[in-house]
Design a protein around this ligand. Structure first.
Ligand SMILES: *Cc1c(COP(=O)(O)O)cnc(C)c1O
Length: 393
């Protein structure tokens, strides 16, 4: 009998032939500036652990204390019996931090985007979306069955033109953008987008996954960075990146959050975070307020490392944030560069199509606040050496 799943094997063999097949790297230590992957100590330039909070003593202690007091699981979805006081405290804490009325926490940033967009829109509505928005936004848009209008990356004039054409068309309009784009590290043109949304009565939504803990006062994100408080009715963030733990959230009006409590499917149909996750996230917001020097160090490291890559002759694209791509062209080259870097003691992931366009494959680097200058110098030395070997610089 033939195997009805054999087409999967055929596709995998094709990836191997093309040089785009990727084995998972196994992390055998904590996620830190230097970590052990696959038995090898490397400088880790591949995490989203911007502020080093994955191993912060205050988060660790908060998680352990929560385990001792409340156990390891919440026992149910939020709407049945799985809303713990820690979950409510975290939502109140985030709402206050973001200067909004209310907040709902989801299991992940992915669930927050997919759950929120699909809950508030239906087939008769319209979504105007940046072409480089994150996959979780795209999936949320598709799940909503609203009509999707994609505009060229960061082109807020093009977004406004689409909105103008929809002025006389019935249905709700949602204009949506990443705050910081995850593959290029550039910042979304929020002032232009917000103006366009206000002019045409559209709902503005910003996904600040890569900006929370990175941009704005104490890491309040792009809305704070651009001083757009009160003008972005739906703000999404993640607890999985700079916050160092796991989760996602939506911030906005009390009505928005009440509505999501009743209609967002990941909230209704998937179990809530373990108490240790909520407690560690709460501790992370204390750290953001109490240790702003971490964010300063993150930006000092970012400037230092980016300048080093550029002076070595690498193409770092249009990055404005700690996410710094090294653009090489072919996916095969990106994966080869990544492998060679690893052999020399630096972890940086190769990224190709379909995550980025076919001729824009890259190795993505993310420095953190916890990298020392010595580590960054060593990483730059490895980049120079491997870049010469592969004739990239
Ligand atoms: C990482 C990311 C997400 C998903 O966040 P998780 O908490 O990891 O699920 C959503 N949006 C953007 C822009 C991201 O970069």
């Amino acid at each position: 009998m033939s195997n009805p799943l054999s087409y999967l094997h055929d596709q995998i063999e094709q990836w191997k032939a093309e040089g785009t097949y990727q084995r998972l790297r196994i992390l055998e230590s904590e996620s830190a500036a230097e970590s052990r992957f696959d038995g090898k100590e490397v400088i880790n330039l591949a995490s989203n652990n911007y502020l080093g909070l994955t191993t912060h003593p205050k988060l660790r202690e908060a998680a352990l204390e929560a385990v001792r007091r409340y156990g390891v699981g919440s026992g149910a979805v939020r709407t049945i019996s799985g809303t713990m006081s820690l979950h409510m405290q975290l939502e109140e804490r985030i709402a206050a931090f973001k200067n909004v009325e209310a907040c709902v926490v989801f299991q992940s940033g992915f669930a927050a985007n997919a759950g929120a967009v699909s809950a508030i829109l239906g087939p008769e509505d319209h979504i105007i979306s940046d072409e480089l928005n994150h996959a979780s936004i795209i999936d949320g848009c598709r799940l909503s069955r609203a009509k999707i209008h994609v505009f060229p990356h960061k082109d807020f004039a093009a977004a406004e033109k689409i909105l103008a054409e929809l002025d006389s068309v019935p249905g709700h309009k949602l204009l949506i953008s990443d705050g910081v784009f995850s593959m290029d590290g550039d910042i979304g043109p929020l002032p232009g987008l917000v103006n366009a949304a206000e002019k045409h009565g559209a709902i503005m939504m910003v996904d600040d996954a890569h900006s929370s803990g990175v941009l704005g006062r104490n890491g309040r994100g792009t809305i704070d960075h651009f001083q757009l408080h009160g003008r972005v009715p739906i703000q999404v963030g993640t607890l999985s990146k700079a916050i160092g733990v796991l989760g996602g959230y939506v911030c906005g009006s009390r009505d928005l959050i009440e509505f999501l409590y009743h209609r967002a499917r990941p909230f209704l149909f998937s179990t809530s975070h373990p108490p240790a996750v909520a407690a560690a996230c709460l501790a992370a917001f204390d750290v953001l307020e109490q240790e702003p020097e971490r964010i300063q160090k993150l930006w000092d490291n970012t400037k230092y490392f980016k300048a080093g890559l550029q002076s070595a002759g690498f193409n770092t694209g249009i990055s404005e944030t700690p996410i710094t791509p090294v653009i090489v062209g072919e996916a095969k080259t990106a994966h080869e560069l990544s492998r060679e870097l690893f052999n020399e003691g630096v972890l940086a992931t190769g990224i190709g199509f379909p995550t980025v366009p076919k001729d824009r494959a890259r190795v993505r680097t993310i420095v953190t606040a916890t990298h020392t200058t010595g580590e960054l110098d060593r990483a730059l030395e490895v980049f120079r050496k491997v870049g010469k070997k592969l004739a990239l610089v």
